[in-house]
Each structure stands twice: as C-alpha cells, then as structure tokens.
Ligand binder design. Sequence first.
Ligand code: ZN
Length: 427
Amino acid sequence: MVSEPINPKPSPKPRQTHIVLSSHPTRFGPKPIALHWGAADPHKRGPIIGTVLNPAHRNVIGTHSGSYAVYRALAVASGQLQSNHRADLTNTSPAAHIGPHPAWSDPDRIVSLDPFGALVGEVYADLCEQGYDIRPSIAITQAHINMPELQEAVAKGRLREDGRIMKLGGDLVVTKAAIEPVWYLPGIAKRLGVEESILRRTLFEQTGGMFTDLITRHDLKVFLPPIGGLTVYMVGDPTTIADPDKPLAVRVHDECNGSDVFGSDICTCRPYLVHGIEACIQTAQEGGAGVIVYLRKEGRALGEVTKFLVYNARKRQEGGDRADAYFARTECVAGVQDMRFQELMPDVLHWLGITRIDRLVSMSDMKYKAITQSGIQVIQRVPIPADLIPADARVEIEAKKAAGYYTEDDVLTEESLANIRGRELSD
Ligand SMILES: [Zn+2]
C-alpha cells in the first residue's frame, strides 16, 4: 500500500537546474557591494546581503534566518514555498529606536551582529528600491509578558504594580529585539586570538564542509552562521539604557529550555532569570531601565542531547550526583566544561549603547570578565538569593561557587563539596 503524501495539496516542485558553486568565477563578477565593517555611515559600511535570490548580489557567506534557513530549504524542496519569494516588509519597521551609538562605528567593539540590522528598510531604502533583497537581521517589537513568579513577588510586596511599567494584574510592558548573528570573521578571529585562516578552515571542517565559501571566498569577510541568535527584553524607557546617569540592571541569560520553560529543578536557571526580571522592574521603576539578554546557547552551547547525557552520567556515577564532580562529568562527555564563548556576548550590550551597569544579575565570572574587559563598568554584582535555589540544584550552584562564580557566601571546601548531593535518577 502506498502511504498518503505529506503535502495535502499538490504543489510545483522546485525546478531542477544544474548546481553552480558560489566559488565559480562567474558567480562573483560583477563584484557585489563592498562591506567596510565598523564604518559609521551605513552606506559606507554597506548592506549585509545574504539573499539566495540573486547570487551576484551576495556579499556574505551563508544566508539569513540562522538555523531556520534549513527549514526554508525544506519548504522550498517540498514545494510549499516559492524559491523566488521576496519578503514584503511593509509595516515591519522597529517599534522602538535603538542607536546609533559610538560603539557601532568601532570595528573591534561589535563583531557578531549587524548594528544596522534593524534599520535596513530605512538606511538602505534606495538600494531596496533598486532591487537588492536586503533583509533585517534585527526586529524590534513591544509586548506584555506575565509570569506567575512575578505575580507572587507582587503578592509578597517585593514588586509594585505602577500601572505603567507593570500593569494591574502583573502584566509587564517590554520592548523586545530579536537578533540574528552576523559574524565579521576578522573580528571574531581577533576576539578568539586565532588567525582568520585557521578560524575559516575550522568552521568549514567542523560543519562537515557546509560552507565552501569559507575556504574559497576570502574576499567575503562576513558569515551568517546557521546557529541560534538572541533576544533582548527591555523594561522601562529604552532611551535611558545608554544614559550612564540613569540606573541600569542587566541579566545576560543563556538558554536552558528544561528549567526556563519546563521548570526542571536540577538547575537555577528559571529562578535566576525571574530574579533578573525582578531587578529590571525595580530599576525601571527607579527611573532607569532593565535589560534581559536571552542567548540561544542551550546547555552551555553544547546542546540538549549532551546536557541530558551529562545529567545521566552525574546521577549514575559512583557516590551519586555530587558538587565536587559537577564539572568533571561535563568534561567527560563534551571534552570541555563550557562552549559558550562569552567573549562575543558583550556585543549586544554595546549595540544598546551600554557603558555602565549598576546591577549585573549574574554570578558567572566568565560573563563578568567579558563585560568589564569590553570596557563596560559594572557597579554591583547580584547573586541569586539562597531561598530561590531548588534543592536538587545545590549541586550546580555550590560547584559553580567553588569554581569562582561570584558569591557573598563562604565557598565550600573540596570535602564539603563531596557532601552536597543531588537526587538519584529514579527518585
Ligand atoms: Zn539550567
């Protein structure tokens, strides 16, 4: 018996043509619009063009939408999306204006996103009219968010509904920006302390040869990597974020789907995220602003499969899940303790024009170092309050504190770390 096709309606399949590699000389002459990374004038800097509609216009390696480009390929392959579809960007312009800030024109300060990414419809309107398919890599909108923990904080008197920043009923008014990664390869290489050629070759090899342009097109300096991006949640008036005379709270939070969304109790991620939002609301109500940066770096950028393997290894090791063996188990499975490369993280703070953070809601020594070394002043570091730590997450938090994470408490000795135990796998 023949099974039903996946697509309910018959649709035209993409035309089968011969494949032309982008490294073929005819594909890059006439020369595409040049990019001058770090130029203050967006026209001098040049638009990021990752279109697949006109190969001659492309001036970057890779394409837009990060990892979702692969789903776009499936939609085209299955005939659900016309391969020549061009986005209609009517009414999509930013709901709040960010920048330009001085850091936008410093080629070393921002290397992993396009500072003009939200403004392409405005600053490159003439080129769009000439037929260039220029896509925004940043979108800015507004929303109300509501979390049960915030309502609880109101009930306990820690937060106050002012009817403006926090509406009656606990609705929090936010401005949010979604940002896709745009990597300036010479800048990324410099940040990591490697040669650009080594970086290009390693990116090519470690993706199984996914982007040949990394090797063949050294004239193209910008790469749109197929990875997750980040989201900025802004509380309070966004124009005060860059004002060093107004208080600012910041949490840079790396994605943890298990805790953030599903409330898993093995780590402190969601409680700390909510604590960060609380600090943002309080600071906004004091006349400043709060910023949550949510980065898609699941499981220390090792991914959820590795993360769950580590959970099992932790719970099943001899002596059970112990704080003294917390980092060792990750290293056994992944080869490293962490793959997040916080060196790139401060770029988004510079995009926002931040030069001073009054409350940095994070205990991570790596995040703190990356932020302060990038030239941002941090006045106060805010650890997670002890009463917000789930019982099973003590293994994680005590191990992190012993490894140098910021704390105002005493750090445990190696011996007492071994006595901090988590739940058994089947409990
Ligand atoms: Zn977590």
